[in-house]
Design a protein around this ligand. Structure first.
Ligand SMILES: Cc1ncc(COP(=O)(O)O)c(C=O)c1O
Length: 384
């Protein structure tokens, strides 16, 4: 009998240790990890540079509060904005918290409250982030939502043109919808979003909690399309497992968060900053990112080659090392079969198998994972 709230449906296995792209369960069985802890351990498990940075900080000081100057926050913020057009950072502790702050910032900066979001989107579980999320199942049972969020169809420029008016404070989107089923925004749609935002003085908020920090082969996914968001949120991969989130904004919008307007006790904590700084030094190197693009292409090409004989595989899609395999059948048994064969993979809804391997996984490990997926799909095709 568990003493924990029953809000997660957990798999039966328990991970005891991890190193690079491999984890070992408490029975000693080894798994190739295509989850990275839902897109968190982008540098693999117990990465030496991140571990060393956190260990060093552990022996220096753990927590001071945001009443003090922080060179570590400044350095980490500089690395985070370095490859972008953005200038300012607010550190917090999670993706939902970053989105919550982004929503507040957009409302305060514009003086307006209407925010357009998209069906199938996911922005987190706090009250504002939940209201922004375009999935009824996430909101069910929680009573009236925070008003003035409008979820419209994703990749539908006409729907957006109808809703995006000068009364709108912000459009908020994921460049590739992650939890919603690994659904990439189309180039034409994303350009239309940017154009309508500019035309109507609407802020563009891009939620890069899952797609950011190198996951798609650019520092942030919006950079594949030359977009110029006013506000970007990040978390997950930023600390490689150490909880940390960030709101990244233009200088202009950042000024709406004057002293006393917003805050958090733990945000920018020295341990989290030490982890994030070490992560950014590795992940934002152009040669590292080029390899992510190469491995992402390899992953999708190999999957297409191996899985094309199976008519229950409807689509293989994604960007960089974020891949989705849409199936005609429910994928829970497939995930179980993969675990039996020593591969960890994720669901994105009931019908999409989601792959978020560590970004520094070797090409051989990518190929090994694809072989395991191919074996499991073959077994599944006989069963269904
Ligand atoms: C795109 C996106 N935004 C926000 C969140 C929420 O992040 P957190 O769970 O850190 O609050 C997630 C988590 O899956 C996410 O994928």
């Amino acid at each position: 009998m568990s003493t924990l709230f029953p809000n997660y449906s957990r798999w039966s296995l328990q991970i005891d240790s991890g190193s690079g792209s491999k984890v070992v369960d408490d029975a000693g069985k080894s798994y190739l990890d295509f989850t990275s802890g839902i897109g968190v351990c982008n540098l693999g498990h117990v990465h030496p540079a991140v571990t060393a940075a956190v260990e060093k900080q552990l022996n220096k000081v753990w927590h001071t509060s945001n009443l003090f100057q922080s060179a570590l926050q400044e350095e980490t913020a500089s690395l985070l904005v370095g490859p972008t057009h953005l200038k300012k950072v607010f550190f917090c502790n999670s993706g939902a918290e970053a989105n919550e702050a982004a929503i507040k910032l957009a409302r305060k900066f514009t003086g307006k409250s209407k925010i357009i979001t998209f069906e199938q989107s996911f922005h987190g579980r706090t009250y504002g982030a939940m209201a922004a999320t375009g999935q009824e199942k996430i909101k069910k049972g929680f009573g009236p939502m925070l008003e003035d969020f409008h979820s419209i169809p994703f990749n539908d420029s006409n729907a957006l043109a109808k809703h995006a008016d000068p009364q709108t404070a912000a459009v908020m989107l994921e460049v590739v919808q992650g939890e919603g089923g690994v659904i990439p925004g189309s180039e034409a749609f994303l350009q239309k979003v940017q154009q309508l935002c500019k035309k109507n003085s609407i802020l563009l908020i891009i939620d890069e909690v899952q797609t950011g920090i190198g996951r798609t082969g650019k520092p942030f996914a919006f950079q594949h399309y030359g977009l110029e968001p006013d506000i970007v949120t990040a978390a997950k991969g930023l600390g490689n497992g150490f909880p940390v989130g960030a709101v990244i904004g233009t200088e202009e919008v950042s000024e709406a968060f004057g002293p006393g307007s917003h805050g958090t006790t733990f945000g920018g904590n020295p341990l989290a900053m030490a982890a994030a700084k070490a992560v950014l030094k590795e992940v934002f190197s152009p040669s590292f990112l080029d390899e992510v693009i190469e491995k992402g292409q390899l992953l999708r090409e190999e999957l297409k080659k191996e899985l094309h004989p199976y008519e229950d595989i409807l689509e293989i899609r994604g960007l960089g090392l974020m891949a989705g395999i849409e199936c005609r059948y429910k994928i829970a048994p497939l995930i179980q079969e993969l675990q039996n064969d020593g591969l960890l993979a994720l669901p994105a809804g009931e019908y999409v198998l989601r792959l978020l391997p560590p970004l520094n996984m070797s090409k051989e490990e990518v190929a090994e994972g694809v072989k395991k997926i191919s074996r499991a799909v073959k077994k599944q095709s006989i069963l269904v």
